[in-house]
Design a protein around this ligand. Structure first.
Ligand code: SF4
Length: 426
């Protein structure tokens, strides 16, 4: 297939495809799917080998957000029966983070719901970062706290935060359909503030909200131009009690095509499968590892993921290996660019805001979309809301076209870990 030969050659050179080529990836057929995965997999292995970076979410503050991101279970007016709590104490957050690091995560993503942090909130996060790094100085920390005001990114950098997550989520043209309490430009501004302060930029998208192929390509190229070091790809988890509860628009094949397109456009950037992995890729998750080089371990912000050990087993069974704490995530040339931007040390550093290790930002949005607030979901990180243990037969009928119904059988609300008395799933 000429298209795939062209895309592979470009990816191996670290070049991005044209917009038309990216659209063509999304238009490939199911008969061509394994060829698409194989082609994008060559690009993934060129820059990231068989390493898989593990990230771990800690939801510092859950629910009760005044923003109206339609994909988010923590939004204004959400009727989703998620955990709601205010700021975890530094010791509680450090305890939660320890579970993820013990499970193999090299990055901890600290996420808080809300429009953006107050200066007092920055103090709280500063104390939390100190508590986590006291236990393990090498762990990378990504903050996902919403829209940043002047000087807040600099304060986070000084506190030892390595990266900041704030997702663009969807195209500029459709952003107003997803949220009205802030704008696409607000989001771009926060990513730029973070980057300008020397934090590694983590910014991604949410697929499955009813967007067109053109919207997906628009946002992925925008993320490339923004210089995101890490691109979390969230697949919408339609949460009961949110406006998008009936938007079941994704199939495993569609998710793989989206991941392949994101990889071709960002050949040498960390691409993370964020919220929605279990719900939408299901038994095809191992194929996703051939495209993305990063995933979340365990639960999401407001929903549960599959067992951490299941993630580790999947990685090993598929012939991949967990990226170590001292290993560089980004390839050398990207790490050096990131280090120059952040004033860090480039390829070697694993934490400390230095190039290579920096990853992404889960995206408050990522998970939020998927469940929660920031990072991965929407506004904030990987809100993820996937369920775990989803019966394949049940799920199968939900895809390809909107099921037009709420699927409480597929989305399991998080009831353990941070903010509860129960042990986390890491
Ligand atoms: S994504 Fe973030 S800002 Fe948007 S409603 Fe959810 S918690 Fe609030």
């Amino acid at each position: 297939m000429d298209l795939l030969d062209t895309l592979t050659a470009k990816g191996l050179r670290g070049e991005t495809p044209t917009r038309e080529e990216a659209l063509a990836v999304l238009a490939t057929t199911d008969d061509e799917l394994l060829d698409v995965v194989a082609a994008a997999g060559r690009v993934r292995r060129r820059w990231f080998g068989r390493r898989v970076k593990l990230n771990y979410l800690v939801n510092l503050k859950s629910g009760l957000c005044p923003e109206d991101c339609s994909y988010c279970s923590q939004r204004l007016g959400s009727k989703a029966e998620i955990l709601k709590y205010t700021w975890l104490k530094p010791g509680q957050a450090a305890e939660a983070a320890k579970a993820g690091v013990s499970g193999g995560a090299k990055r901890v993503c600290l996420v808080a719901s809300g429009r953006g942090p107050t200066d007092r909130d920055i103090d709280r996060v500063t104390d939390t970062v100190a508590a986590i790094k006291e236990a393990d100085p090498a762990v990378e920390i990504c903050a996902c706290l919403g829209l940043l005001s002047d000087n807040q990114a600099e304060r986070l950098k000084a506190a030892g935060v390595d990266a900041y997550n704030h997702n663009l989520n969807t195209s500029e043209g459709t952003y107003g359909d997803i949220a009205t309490t802030h704008t696409y430009a607000d989001r771009v501004d926060t990513v730029q503030k973070a980057h300008g302060a020397g934090l590694s930029a983590c910014s991604g998208l949410i697929a499955g909200m009813g967007e067109s192929d053109e919207d997906l390509v628009d946002v992925v190229f925008a993320l490339r131009e923004l210089g995101s070091d890490s691109v979390p790809v969230n697949f919408l988890i339609p949460f009961e009690g949110t406006p998008l509860a009936k938007e079941w628009n994704l199939s495993p094949q569609r998710c793989l095509r989206i991941l392949a397109m994101v990889r071709f456009v960002n050949p040498d950037t960390e691409v993370r499968i964020a919220g929605g992995r279990e719900v939408h890729l299901r038994s095809m998750q191992p194929l996703g590892l051939h495209l993305a080089n990063s995933i979340f371990l365990g639960d999401y912000l407001t929903s549960e993921g599959q067992a951490g050990q299941t993630d580790l087993d999947m990685i090993a069974d598929a012939g991949f290996e967990v990226e170590g704490m001292g290993e560089s995530t980004l390839p050398r040339h990207r790490a050096d660019i990131a280090a120059a931007a952040t004033g860090g040390c480039g390829t070697g550093a694993a934490g400390g805001g230095c190039g290579t290790a920096a990853g992404s930002v889960e995206g408050a949005d990522a998970d939020a979309a998927v469940g929660g607030g920031c990072g991965t979901g929407g506004g904030c990180g990987p809100c993820g809301g996937h369920g775990h243990a989803v019966p394949a037969a049940t799920v199968g009928a939900a895809d390809d076209k909107a099921a037009d119904e709420v699927r409480t059988d597929l989305v399991r609300v998080r009831r353990r870990g941070a903010g509860t008395e129960l042990a986390p799933n890491a």
